[in-house]
Design a protein around this ligand. Structure first.
Ligand SMILES: [Zn+2]
Length: 121
């Protein structure tokens, strides 16, 4: 189990020297540019949803936790961001209105116009 910041950095196994390196690497290696923060009790991870017109979302891991739990949280964030992208970035020909956001188009994977790629808002 991880009980403090030092143990967290070691458990990541990425050779980071301090938390500022953890921040940099987390941002660089997540597709959604996740941010990470910490205090005595916990590690917080989140991502900016500004580009999607949504509020920032945050997940917290209170000590003690397992490193697997941290990776799961990060993984779930990436999946969630991908889902939100799909729900809001379709083109007009996709012809699916987003459940998440009325008026926005969700991506139709079979759409011929955007080939299931959607568009950037
Ligand atoms: Zn389309």
């Amino acid at each position: 189990m991880i009980n403090n910041l030092q143990e967290f950095i070691e458990a990541r196994g990425l050779g980071e020297k301090d938390f500022s390196e953890v921040k940099k690497i987390t941002k660089k290696f997540t597709c959604c540019s996740a941010w990470i923060d910490q205090d005595q009790q916990k590690i917080s991870v989140g991502w900016e949803m500004g580009a999607y017109g949504l509020d920032t979302n945050t997940k917290e891991l209170n000590y003690p936790f397992k490193i697997e739990d941290f990776w799961t949280v990060l993984d779930n964030i990436e999946k969630e961001v991908e889902q939100i992208w799909r729900d809001t970035h379709g083109c007009e020909d996709c012809d699916i209105v987003s459940k998440l956001h009325g008026g926005l188009h969700a991506i139709n994977p079979d759409c011929k116009s955007c080939e299931g790629e959607g568009i950037i808002l």
